[in-house]
Design a protein around this ligand. Structure first.
Ligand SMILES: Cc1cc2nc3c(=O)[nH]c(=O)nc-3n(C[C@H](O)[C@H](O)[C@H](O)COP(=O)(O)OP(=O)(O)OC[C@H]3O[C@@H](n4cnc5c(N)ncnc54)[C@H](O)[C@@H]3O)c2cc1C
Length: 551
């Protein structure tokens, strides 16, 4: 049986960082197991390829939630990356840290080592900011944060509209203050996606002490007593799902080989993401005892919090028909427009192909008495029925709004002992008064902004929800019927010290040995913003903890 010092499960945002950092000094043998294929598909690397990978079952798990009562029993589409880089290979590229208070909240919940003061140096260390370094930003790290060079009249108008409405202009959401309106920075390097596979794994791939296996789906953690000593995986496992409501069902089908066991001398590190790390723990006997017993799984260690505390950002996409033919919809409508977009990218590494989807951002307070922003807007100079689906034939733009710190909590639970069957995912969106109120207030704020002097001239009318949705009840119904994820499920193996915490502050699974979880699932509460960069920070810190323990 093959033996390694560390086995990292899942080569996503966190897993690539872990594999690169743990193998850096050449002293440890590291195995990185990834269920998906390598990241050779060119659409991964060109930012506009977002629309192509969004529904590609080869590179995307294409999950669906259970029928959610808060969404009028709809099953919400939940894409997740399935390739080297994981979700950082298919995401919207927005580079955001969240608010300082998010991390101070983690500290207040029994995780003193994760206060903003403690995590800020790690955020600075991980990034290469194209605008240079200051007290908040770094330039020496592997993960690029690039500014958008070409301004768009519509985004400029949105920023001016915000100023008119009392929301300040903000040139750097990751600087001293997050509140305000401005252009996002993107995880791109010279116009190409900078996933963690590109930033961290590529430079490490030639190391003789690092082995990377793709199309290798881990099926369980192997325990001896209460110590994790390895994992079992299926080489070439058939991981392509055709039953997930796909629009493209041309996945490569590889017959699964017999299961293989590999041993970890020091640690197994789960980086399979907020949906599959808890699934693997439950399948391996770590989780709520009653749930495991109902499937006949022997309980290695009872941890009732595994799979609980699921949180996500729910977006409402408010769309407008634009009075001027300046939107990406217009450019894509003609052959000449598409050629121009292509040339802009080839010769200048700019334009829509270099941006992906969202250019403008707003962090705002829906009520003046709040002390910090409670909603985020993703503003795109295009409109379409779903994120990543074909754009509308008319000129259009989108102001997608999400509540930053939802109170609703859901759960992830296995629905069978088959590791290839996705777990049940139930977000229970909109299950508190505050979440429902903030969803409605967010849509109303979008309406206030388009009514300003700065933005009104760009708007013919509201395409969705549309003028007929007048009352708060109508707007809530719109969110229930059309709202979707902004792709940040988190919190299902939360860190802490109480009975429901799954990992401790150093991300060791409580009550068992040789096992950590390092990914989005350890967040006790969702950060106020997009989650990729916070996950990279978590992994950078975790790698230091692991190496500290080893030495
Ligand atoms: C469509 C989309 C758009 C997004 N947009 C943004 C954005 O603009 N900005 C931002 O900051 N964040 C964004 N996010 C969120 C962000 O990308 C994720 O929060 C982050 O990548 C999560 O990192 P992770 O390491 O927890 O999981 P992932 O990156 O999802 O990694 C998990 C990895 O584990 C693998 N895996 C799972 N199970 C197994 C198994 N059993 N065996 C082996 N391998 C396994 C998966 O294939 C995957 O590669 C977006 C996400 C999506 C899906």
């Amino acid at each position: 049986m093959d033996e390694y010092d560390y086995i990292v499960v899942g080569a996503g945002s966190a897993g690539c960082v872990m594999a690169a950092r743990l193998s850096a000094d050449g002293r440890h043998r590291v195995l990185l197991l990834e269920a998906g294929p390598s990241d050779r598909d060119p659409w991964i690397h060109v930012p506009i390829g977002y629309a192509k990978t969004m529904f590609n079952p080869v590179l995307n798990w294409m999950f669906r939630t259970d029928a959610d009562p808060g969404m009028n029993r709809r099953q919400v589409y939940w894409p997740r990356g399935k390739t080297l880089g994981g979700s950082s290979a298919i995401n919207g590229l927005i580079f955001i840290r969240g608010q300082a208070e998010d991390y101070d909240d983690w500290a207040a919940q029994g995780n003193a080592q994760w206060s903003f003061e403690q995590v800020l140096p790690w955020f600075r260390r991980l990034e290469h900011n194209t605008l240079g370094a200051d007290a908040w930003r770094g330039t020496d790290g592997p993960l690029w944060s690039s500014h958008i060079r070409v301004r768009h009249p519509l985004i400029d108008a949105v920023i001016a509209a915000c100023e008119e409405a009392g929301i300040p202009r903000n040139p750097d959401f990751n600087g001293a203050r997050q509140e305000g309106a401005g252009y996002y920075q993107l995880s791109t390097r010279n116009g190409f996606r900078c996933s963690t596979a590109v930033a961290y794994l590529r430079p490490a791939r030639r190391r003789p002490n690092l082995r990377v296996l793709t199309r290798a789906q881990t099926t369980r953690i192997v325990f001896e007593g209460r110590r994790a000593v390895g994992v079992e995986y299926r080489p070439g496992a058939r991981a392509d799902r055709r039953d997930a409501g796909t629009t493209k069902a041309s996945g490569v089908t590889v017959e699964a080989g017999p299961p293989v066991q590999v041993r970890a001398r020091r640690e197994v590190i789960l980086c399979a993401g907020a949906l599959q790390s808890p699934q693997l723990l439950q399948l391996s006997g770590v989780g709520p005892a009653a749930l495991l017993q109902s499937f006949g799984i022997p309980v290695v260690h009872e941890l009732p919090g595994v799979g609980e505390n699921l949180q996500d950002h729910l977006q409402a996409r408010v769309m407008f028909r634009c009075s001027r033919p300046i939107t990406t919809n217009d450019q894509l409508a003609s052959l000449w427009g598409r050629l121009r977009i292509g040339m802009e990218y080839v010769f200048m590494r700019g334009g829509p192909m270099a941006i992906g989807i969202n250019q403008g951002g707003i962090f705002a307070r829906t009520r003046p008495e709040l002390t910090r922003p409670d909603v985020q807007f993703h503003v795109a100079t295009l409109s379409s029925d779903m994120a990543g689906s074909p754009v509308h034939a008319h000129s259009g733009f989108t102001m997608s709004v999400c509540q930053l710190r939802p109170e609703s909590r859901g759960q992830v639970r296995i629905r069978s002992t088959d590791p290839l069957e996705p777990p049940s995912m139930q977000p229970f969106y909109l299950s508190t008064d505050n979440d429902r109120r903030t969803a409605v207030d967010g849509v109303k704020l979008a309406r206030r902004l388009v009514a300003t002097r700065a933005l009104a001239p760009f708007v013919i009318d509201e395409y969705a929800p549309g003028a007929q949705a007048a009352s708060d009840a109508d707007l809530l119904e719109f969110v229930r019927n059309h709202g979707g994820t902004i792709f940040h499920p988190s919190g299902t193996c939360r860190m802490g010290a109480d009975a429901l915490a799954v990992v401790d502050q150093q991300l060791r699974v409580r009550g068992v040995g040789g096992l950590r979880v390092v990914d989005c699932s350890v967040m006790p509460t969702l950060v106020s913003g997009n989650t990729n960069v916070p996950v990279v920070m978590i992994a950078e810190r975790a790698a230091a903890f692991v190496l500290g323990d080893a030495h």
